[in-house]
Design a protein around this ligand. Sequence first.
Ligand code: SF4
Length: 242
Amino acid sequence: MTAVTFDVDKLAAEYNDKTPSDILALAIEHFENLSISFSGAEDVVLIDMAVQIKPDINVFSLDTGRLHPETYQFIERVRNHYNIQIDLMSPDQKQLEKFVQDKGLYSFYQDGHQECCGIRKVMPLRRALSTLDAWITGQRQDQSPDTRQGIPVMQKDNAFSSADRTLIKFNPLAGWTSQQVWQYIRENDVPFNELHSKGFASIGCEPCTRAVLPNQHEREGRWWWEEATKKECGLHVDNIKK
Ligand code: SF4
């Protein structure tokens, strides 16, 4: 079945209360050409579940060039632990060189993260998604009360679909809490980023991520100099429109 014949709204309602593994099984059964987007703890939970259904599941990750050393080590640990290929998507070299020449390495502290994220994340993501019918993300509703509260377990990706190609986005952990994610990680010996042991909750690029205090919301550790309603890097812009 292709994205065109996949009734995503009907299935989203039907699968709303099903387990993440059930949602992954549906995605894998219906879309041969799909991939898991990997960066954080949630994504490894999804990889852990998905390899039990399809051991050679496709996985990609965005290498912005600004990640922490711990994150690069984490990517390698996941690659080796599951014996999977992880396609690392890099920014366009010419575009990035011009941007850094024109604006330096820290312009986002002055004029916002959108331009840098556009070059380092969104364009490489667009390239990765251009060949896919569906992708799988680790988004959860409780990650952000401002931008993620309404995300369904699956949806048409309005940001990256085109007139002649419908892209489906699966969010199997949409209804899970952070506690459920970490319980799964502990019970199943799932690899995680060492930065989590140093107070980091939501981890992105090194200059734009900081540790949070106990009871501080995880999203407060990202782009802390910007308004909460703008804290999406462009990978899930549908969330902002809502
Ligand atoms: S998170 Fe920060 S460093 Fe990373 S791409 Fe966005 S603005 Fe650039």
